[in-house]
Design a protein around this ligand. Structure first.
Ligand SMILES: O=C(O)CCC(=O)C(=O)O
Ligand SMILES: [Fe+2]
Length: 965
């Protein structure tokens, strides 16, 4: 019976089930196995016939008729008849008298059972009854992978492992496809850094995947009971075709399963991995090809775009090299076209019919089956980046989230300043969307950086919100930067909503957002008020209340069905309010436009010609700047030393600036902001001096310097010198390396290393161990450009301020491998060492005195541009020149005093009197005036508070000095 070719899998399965019911276990096993065998045999050959015939009749040349639809149709269907005939004959050959698909006895229920792996379920039970536990466990595991939600199977598997003692190694996936196996092996090799094997397996997995996907599509071309009486030709064809395309489109999702989870970007991730694996095995040509392929799938991926910049700028590749692979391109284009058709079917074609239940929404399926694994992973990465989820915050609970640490203070300042660039709206609040920001940038290029920050912040909020709520696809449908301004609002007596608009109290009260497109909403706060001005969130039943206070870099996310309102606004409060949708159709297209706009700006800055900087170097030489060591002296083309960038008195000034302004750990707090990925290491977390306990490490960032100048804790000229010296360094690096695109400051740090006296004997360590500035050195000497390193850094430079007459030791050196010194450079005033951030280098122990330098890190990625440089320039511009100040002061004071509440003045005065330390005592009127000025450039800090804060560094230094004495 079993060998009879006319007995097909459905019949075998039914018989197997009968034996199962009759508790004839071994026969149950035999028949179900036979059924599975026949099922796979049938499907495989069905597909094979279809594909062979397709191949045979796919070579038609349509070019001669493609303008004439009548001829085209005839030729197309003519070919189809040939193909059909071919398939018929193929079936006859392979299956003999086996019933044709359309009149076979297989019911839909049986077909569905096989698709969902039900036979394995019964197989398991029968094996179990026979005492064949490993086989039972494997069958259970196979069923589990296809039905992960089935609790019984999970319980059974546990039983096999824990009670019956089946070993994990004996449990196999009986239905595993070759591409899945190869993917798993490739993934493992990749994790282990075994690049050759990873490449081999991942490439094979891809080839197998494409084969499988092709088979899957062919399988879709099956029979279809339309259930429509006497359909006309075109209608019948369309209906069948739609069914087929729906099924084929789903192949991408169906085949993206590895173990239990469907990987959302299964195919493209292969190219991502391959890109890196090829790069690691020095096959850059292949790496570039893989990068190009990945970018076809995901043209906006910031990491891959950065890689592209790297290959273009560093390795001489051109756009033309980033061509996607043929098979990937075909796959991608086919899917795009299918998506287009299905979208049309859903939105237009089916819209004419009342019933559209049979239209499958693949997005929905994806969303339902989303995996939480990736999200957990991201949450950990966020934690490492210093972004903390506070689940205990009042009333937040699990359905909402509150997380801190997304933005640094200067980022908040920048966005507030951006909002302040527009007039108050009619409701008394300032409000900007992306197009409004683009308009501002068109008028003032300096604001480009604000637009980038705006978009970057939106993206951070979107990504975090998506990960928190486990949404695979989440899009920004609306983003708005809003500042609420207290006085104005009080006048109008209105209740405010967190929608980005101010609406009168009567209109809004506590209406929830019921526009169905918005699924979640997040608010990124830019200003701080921990005592008043909370936002209140409640659910639709006005229960589960949460009270959230604003703080810079705090992100709060909640379902859009939550009601939310502000109690009061006593202080200016600025925030970025984002609405999210899971439906791509409602994605805010302005964001994409903005990115294109910025890309065009970038593009315009790239020189497409050979750059010639001899003129620049000549001019520099006239100013006394000379290249004193080049690549051949320093053992590497990506290294150079220049002298003469600063005059002795300039060095002295900058050292003085460091003395007054530098603090331990500025730039290194909370796991490090400056440096080299080094301070991010676990063992240095929270350390103030990240390098060695024999030295005190003090730094002053540009951000802090500009604020010190603003509160007049330092001379404005000093801050200006700091800026101009940095700019000199930046230009020289850009020109020396003949770069075709600009480099931007990424981080700037005036640092001094001081030897701790009496502890220098027997010292064997380095002041700064060998490291690279943009990658993590591995034991084998490779350097991984990976988080937590500052991977976006491209070039580094150190501008020295003093020499051996001030300190002992402290030579800079370039290294070879990961430890050995190759060539050293003695610091001296005005000397600059410039190098590619990937070069290995270090600093020898400073054994006496203090060694100071300006450390500069540059990036080619404008999204990582250091905002503080632009802010510092603006702050310095705004600081009143002492000469003409007196006259203006008198004029201005009249109005300004009036516009500020009396008690504010009082407070300011009191605080100032206490502030005996202040060496730059001024009259209270002056303070008031400048506060307002500060407000207008976006700084909302209280001057005196700021000053006391700023002076802390000084006192720390003083304390240390006393201790040393
Ligand atoms: O100060 C120096 O000479 C080098 C410092 C350095 O490499 C760094 O901070 O990354
Ligand atoms: Fe470094």
């Amino acid at each position: 019976l079993v060998e009879d070719p006319l007995v097909t899998y459905d019949a075998l399965y039914q018989v197997g089930m009968d034996f199962y019911r009759d508790e004839k276990w071994s026969r149950c096993i035999a028949f179900i196995n036979k059924a599975l065998e026949d099922y796979y045999f049938f499907k495989e050959n069905l597909v094979k016939c279809r594909l062979d015939c397709k191949d045979r009749y796919s070579k038609s040349d349509f070019s001669d008729v493609f303008r004439r639809k009548d001829l085209l149709t005839l030729k197309f269907f003519g070919d189809l008849i040939l193909e059909s005939n071919c398939v018929k004959r193929c079936h006859k050959r392979v299956f003999g008298d086996r019933p044709e698909e359309e009149d076979r006895r297989v019911t839909n229920v049986v077909e569905e059972d096989f698709k969902r792996g039900r036979p394995y379920h019964f197989l398991q039970f029968c094996h179990y009854q026979e005492g064949e536990f490993s086989k039972a466990a494997s069958a259970a595991y196979t069923y589990f992978l296809l039905n992960p939600e089935n609790q019984d199977t999970i319980a059974n598997l546990q039983l096999y492992r824990d009670k019956v003692g089946v070993k994990d190694g004996d449990i196999t996936d009986m239905a595993r496809k070759p591409y899945q196996a190869m993917h798993i092996e490739g993934d493992l090799a990749y994790e282990e850094g075994n690049w050759t094997v990873a490449i081999e397996k991942l490439e094979a997995a891809l080839q197998e995947f494409y084969k499988e996907e092709r088979a899957c599509r062919a399988e879709c071309e099956g029979f279809f009971d339309q259930g429509i009486k006497l359909p006309d030709f075109v209608h019948a064809l369309s209906e069948h075709f739609i069914k087929v395309v729906q099924c084929q489109y789903n192949c991408g999702h169906k085949l993206s399963r590895i173990y239990v989870d469907h990987e959302e970007h299964f195919v493209q991730e292969h190219y991502n991995f391959l890109q890196f694996a090829y790069y690691k095995s020095n096959n850059t040509e292949k790496a570039v090809e893989a990068a190009g392929t990945y970018l076809m799938f995901n043209p906006r991926d910031p990491d891959m775009l950065r890689n592209k910049v790297f290959y273009v700028a560093r390795m001489g590749y051109h756009d033309a090299h980033f061509v996607p692979r043929k098979e990937a391109k075909e796959y991608f284009e086919r899917r795009e076209e299918m998506a287009r058709i299905l979208d049309y079917v859903k939105t237009v074609y089916r819209a004419n019919y009342t019933q559209d239940a049979d239209v499958v929404d693949f997005k929905e399926i994806d969303n339902q089956k989303k995996s939480t694994k990736a999200n957990d992973h991201y949450m950990k990465v966020y934690e490492k980046m210093g972004i903390k989820l506070d689940q205990d915050y009042k009333g937040i609970k699990g359905r909402r989230f509150l997380a801190d640490g997304f933005l640094r203070e200067e980022h908040c300042t920048e966005l507030v300043q951006l909002a302040n660039a527009v007039q108050n709206g009619k409701d008394g609040c300032k409000s900007l969307d992306v197009p409004a920001v683009i308009q501002l940038v068109k008028k003032n290029e300096d604001l480009e950086i604000s637009l980038r920050l705006f978009l970057k912040t939106c993206e951070m909020a979107r990504h975090y919100t998506a990960r928190y709520f486990n949404e695979t696809s989440l899009f920004v449908s609306n983003a708005r930067l809003t500042c609420f301004i207290p006085e104005e609002m009080r006048d109008r007596d209105c209740m405010l909503q967190e929608t980005g608009e101010c609406i009168g109290i009567k209109q809004v009260s506590t209406q929830a957002d019921d526009s169905s497109n918005t699924k979640y909403r997040s608010v990124m706060y830019l200003t701080e008020n921990e005592e008043t001005d909370a936002m209140v969130l409640t659910d639709i039943f006005k229960e589960e209340e949460a009270v959230v206070y604003p703080a810079c870099g705090r992100l709060v996310g909640f379902p859009a069905s939550d009601r939310h309102y502000l109690d009061s606004v006593l202080k200016q409060r600025c925030e970025l309010v984002l609405n999210f949708t899971t439906d791509r159709k409602h994605e805010d297209s302005d964001h994409r436009k903005a990115i294109t706009f910025l890309n065009e700006m970038d593009e315009s800055r790239i020189s497409h010609k050979e750059v010639d900087n001899t003129e620049f170097m000549k001019k520099a030489a006239e100013e006394g700047i000379q290249i004193t060591m080049n690549g051949s002296v320093l053992h590497g083309d990506a290294r150079f030393v220049a002298d003469g960038l600063l005059k002795p008195e300039e060095c002295k000034t900058l050292i003085e600036l460091a003395k007054v302004g530098a603090v331990s750990g500025d730039g290194y707090k909370s796991g490090g902001q400056a440096g080299d990925g080094y301070s991010n290491k676990e063992e240095y977390k929270g350390e103030i001096s990240p390098h060695t306990k024999y030295e005190i490490f003090e730094g002053l960032s540009i951000n802090r310097a500009s604020k010190l100048a603003y509160v007049e804790a330092i001379n404005k000229k000093w801050a200006e010198l700091y800026l101009s010296a940095s700019e000199k360094g930046r230009l020289l690096v850009e020109k020396y390396f003949n770069l075709t695109r600009p480099i931007y400051f990424d981080y700037t740090h005036l640092v001094c290393r001081r030897a701790v006296e009496g502890e220098q004997d027997n010292r064997t360590d380095l002041s700064h161990p060998v490291h690279a500035d943009n990658c993590l050195i591995q034991e084998d000497g490779a350097c991984l450009r990976q988080f937590p390193a500052y991977t976006h850094r491209d070039y580094s430079a150190i501008l020295y301020l003093n020499d051996e007459s001030d300190f002992g030791g402290g030579d800079f050196f370039f290294a070879h491998g990961n430890t050995s010194e190759q060539v050293s450079v003695k610091p001296k005033c005005g000397r600059l060492v410039g190098f590619d951030s990937g070069e290995f280098h270090g600093v020898k122990a400073v054994t006496k005195g203090q060694r100071c330098a300006v450390a500069l890190w540059f990036t080619m990625d404008p999204n990582h541009r250091e905002i503080s440089h632009i802010q510092a320039r603006n702050i310095l511009k705004k600081i009143r020149e002492p000469d003409d100040g007196e006259i203006r002061e008198k004029e201005d004071n009249q109005d300004l005093k009036k516009s500020l509440p009396e008690e504010n003045l009082q407070n300011t005065r009191e605080m100032r009197e206490e502030d005996v330390q202040s060496k730059h005592s001024q009259e209270k009127e002056e303070t008031v005036k400048e506060d307002t000025e500060a407000e207008s450039i976006g700084i909302s800090v209280d001057r005196d508070e700021a000053r006391t804060d700023m002076m802390k560094g000084n006192e720390e230094i003083k304390k240390k000095l006393i201790l040393r004495i």
